[in-house]
Design a binder for this molecule. Structure first.
Ligand SMILES: C[S@@+](CC[C@H](N)C(=O)[O-])C[C@H]1O[C@@H](n2cnc3c(N)ncnc32)[C@H](O)[C@@H]1O
Length: 271
């Protein structure tokens, strides 16, 4: 669009170098802002285009293939690397810090809630026992250890036995749900009337956070249903679009790009 500006944000500084190619192609029409989209208010204000400058915003959540395929980043259980998983290497806590220092109860909760792992209890207990002898430092070491805790005949059919625990650790390291909840508020507040929000998520808890946020934002009153008179004065700020349920990839797309299989797209239009 002539005069338009596409602002791209990523917490991972490595995305900046890929963004350079887009800068070269689109010139003044493209800008890369390093950082968490939950902190988008200041960079958006700095554009000098008013309080609600966005015609549209699209959140493509989770992990990129670049991150997953670079074993040095420590996201992959398939290729050996340091137990890291930070989107931004400047963050304080890595996956190794969590695995080697969280109390057993908290570790179990993280693996159960964020990984939806039925074996969270035995995995957390075994990690805590083993780390008394030596710390976990490598991804393959942890993945093989988890494979040894879950009885082989109970391994999940289509995924590695470490998949759910690795997902939980990544989400905890990067506080992905916290950033998402904050980011949705911030980004929606900067949309113009008629501006569109799209969010593609890859995890049921992320999708639930998006759904819950949109359901609240689309309502004129959020008082408890048993309350006879509204006291919240809440006003709908969006219309959900496309309507529930979320859009999912078709068979052809999953065949072409298997990593899209768990994607869910939800969206809204600002009132
Ligand atoms: C599914 S990938 C999207 C990749 C992107 N569409 C591309 O083609 O390079 C998700 C990306 O979002 C980034 N990310 C995740 N949570 C973020 C957040 N709260 N703020 C900014 N970036 C985030 C990750 O670092 C990752 O690069």
């Amino acid at each position: 669009m002539p005069g338009g500006l596409l602002v791209a944000m990523d917490r991972d500084p490595a995305a900046a170098s890929r963004a350079e190619a887009l800068s070269a192609e689109f010139g003044d029409g493209f800008r890369f802002v390093p950082g968490n989209f939950a902190d988008a208010s200041d960079p958006l204000a700095a554009l000098g285009r008013g309080e609600a400058p966005l015609d549209g915003a699209f959140l493509d959540l989770g992990l990129s293939s670049y991150q997953l395929d670079d074993s040095r980043r420590g996201f992959s259980f398939a290729a050996d690397g340091p137990l890291d998983m930070r989107f931004d290497p400047g963050q304080r806590f890595s996956a190794a810090d969590i695995v080697n220092s969280y109390p057993e109860r908290r570790l179990r909760q993280v693996i159960k809630d964020l990984g939806e792992e039925p074996w969270a209890g035995p995995i957390a207990a075994a990690i805590v026992r083993r780390r008394r002898q030596s710390r976990f430092t490598r991804t393959r070491e942890l993945a093989e250890f988890i494979g040894g805790v879950i009885p082989r005949k109970r391994w999940p059919r289509h995924i590695d036995p470490a998949t759910r625990t690795f997902q939980a650790l990544r989400m905890e390291v990067n506080d992905e749900l916290g950033s998402l909840r904050e980011g949705l508020e911030v980004i929606t507040s900067h949309l113009k009337p008629g501006g569109r929000l799209g969010v593609v998520s890859f995890h049921s808890l992320e999708d639930k956070a998006v759904k819950d946020f949109l359901n609240v934002e689309a309502k004129d009153c959020i008082c408890p249903p048993q309350q006879p008179v509204c006291t919240c004065n809440h006003q709908a700020s969006v219309v959900i679009h496309p309507p529930h349920p979320p859009l999912r990839p078709g068979k052809d797309e999953v065949e072409l790009n298997p990593r899209s299989r768990s994607a869910r797209l939800r969206g809204a239009i600002k009132i």
